[in-house]
Design a protein around this ligand. Structure first.
Ligand code: 6PG
Length: 230
């Protein structure tokens, strides 16, 4: 069952969800890209104690952490650095300097260390690409068929920035207690239709993130929600 929330300000809705889980000490996988930046800024603006929380990355671009494409950089600038230092959650970064495959293996190791061999994140925040990709799980790529590894390198992403990626895999994303998609803009309406309408399009990667024992919420603005229209 999918809980759709069509709201004027999706970032504000997601901000509250991040605070609820983060302030309770939860493990959260954050989305990259541009859409979540404002939600992260709103979280930082509340400056509540998230020091017991741990932030992971749902995916990362394999570039240096100060590079303009870096999701880690976006998260540091919009969420962590504006917060009072002692209130900040921990961030488990992707060691991009190792290259996609070794960075993915290292990230998997960190996940297993902290959350065991069958990690259940408390919250996974995901975006949606116009091609219905999510995290760095792009249509037609081998990463879609990975059912054992927790994180994997993606040498060729399906969309810009055309740099290698590291992504969490479907088994980890769908094991979360709570999955939230944050989607905004007209250009995402078709991807919304493919990923979330019933029956979903099996070629839409986001259609394969379905938490068996968790909740699935899709937070959208009206423009993106046009994809849900009959
Ligand atoms: C990434 C993301 C990716 C993103 C979508 C939507 O690193 O690129 O994790 O999955 O969520 O591409 O991106 P926008 O929010 O920029 O449209």
């Amino acid at each position: 069952m999918i809980d759709f929330r069509v709201v004027d300000d999706p970032a504000a809705t997601v901000c509250d969800v991040l605070l609820d889980v983060g302030c309770a000490g939860g493990h959260i996988a954050l989305a990259g890209g541009s859409t979540p930046r404002r939600a992260y800024q709103l979280v930082a603006g509340r400056d509540l104690d998230m020091s017991a929380g741990t932030m992971w990355l749902g995916d990362e671009r394999v570039v240096p952490p100060d590079h303009e494409y870096s999701n880690e950089r976006m998260i540091r600038e919009s969420l962590l650095e504006p917060m009072t230092e002692e209130l900040r959650p921990a961030l488990v970064r992707v060691e991009t300097e190792l290259g996609p495959d070794d960075a993915a293996a290292a990230y998997e190791g960190r996940l297993r260390e902290r959350l065991g061999d069958h990690p259940r994140l408390d919250l996974v925040l995901l975006g949606l690409g116009p091609d219905a990709h999510t995290a760095s799980l792009f249509p037609g790529t081998p990463a879609l068929h990975e059912h054992h590894r927790l994180a994997i390198g993606v040498p060729e992403p399906g969309m810009p920035p055309l740099v290698p990626r590291v992504t969490l895999t479907f088994p980890v994303l769908s094991s979360a207690r709570e999955v939230v998609f944050l989607v905004a803009g007209e250009d995402k309406a078709e991807a919304v239709r493919r990923a979330f309408r019933h029956p979903p399009d099996p070629l839409a990667p986001a259609a394969h993130v379905r938490p068996g024992a968790g909740t699935l919420t899709v937070v959208l603005d009206k423009a993106a929600a046009r994809g849900l229209a009959p």
